[in-house]
Every structure is written in structure tokens, then in C-alpha cells.
Write a protein that binds this ligand. Structure first.
Ligand SMILES: [Zn+2]
Length: 133
């Protein structure tokens, strides 16, 4: 887990989305990674210093992976991939993993207060300059 790399990536994605406009809010969904929101929040603020993102509100949505067990029917959030092999409740191995192990820039809010929702899901998808539909 490299929090700083993640924070840099979040800021990069938000800056691409902002295209030079000042940003007042950034919403990020973090799936799978057992992260400390305070660490991410501070890391993003640090990475954002001197950019359009500086001072933006960081809105983190944490979505831990979970294991759904067909034996007992339970769905249990897990903190690490190592725990995905068996049901933490009953030890059953007829399990499926739910959730996604990725980091997605959900949206940014430019200073005018308008929410900008990305077209694509992944933060790494570059923004084309093609005209509007
Ligand atoms: Zn179970």
C-alpha cells in the first residue's frame, strides 16, 4: 500500500478533470484498500499544494472488499486480500468476493459550485478535447 502514490494519482486525475479551473471539492471512491481516511486526506492536501486542487474539500468514499458466503449467507467486509479465501464467520470456502479493488475519481467540484461528473469510471481515463454531443 503506497498512500502517497495513490494521493498523487488522485490529484493528477482531479487536475486533468479541472483543466485549470480552481477546484473546491474532490470526491474519491477507494475500493478494497484498507486505508486510513486521515492519511489519505492529508496526503491529497500535501500533493495538491500549489495546484488548482489546493484547499479543496476531500470527500472520501471507502468501499472495503467483502466476502459473501454461500454456506452461511453472511457478507463480511475484509481488510486484506489474504482474508478473501474463506468466510470469516463460518470458515466456509464457497465464497465470492464483492467490491472492487480500485481507486476512482468520482467527481470534482469547481469553484463555481458546479459538480463535474467524469464520463468514464476510471480516473486514469484521459479526458478528450472532443466537442460536446
Ligand atoms: Zn460463512
Amino acid at each position: 500500500m503506497h498512500e502517497m502514490g495513490m494521493c498523487d494519482a488522485i490529484v493528477d486525475a482531479a487536475r486533468k478533470r479541472a483543466r485549470g479551473r480552481p477546484v473546491s471539492g474532490v470526491k474519491v471512491r477507494i475500493g478494497g484498500h484498507p486505508v486510513d481516511p486521515d492519511v489519505i486526506d492529508q496526503g491529497v492536501r500535501l500533493a495538491a499544494e500549489g495546484t488548482e486542487i489546493e484547499g479543496a474539500r476531500i470527500d472520501l468514499v471507502l468501499e472495503p472488499l467483502s466476502v459473501h458466503c454461500r454456506d452461511c449467507g453472511g457478507t463480511t467486509p475484509v481488510g486484506s486480500a489474504a482474508a478473501l479465501a474463506a468466510c470469516p464467520v463460518c470458515g466456509g470456502v464457497d465464497v465470492e468476493t464483492r467490491g472492487r479493488d480500485d481507486v476512482v475519481l468520482e467527481s470534482i467540484t469547481v469553484a463555481a459550485g458546479r459538480e463535474v461528473v467524469p464520463d468514464g469510471e476510471a480516473a486514469s481515463v484521459p479526458d478528450g478535447e472532443a466537442g460536446s454531443a
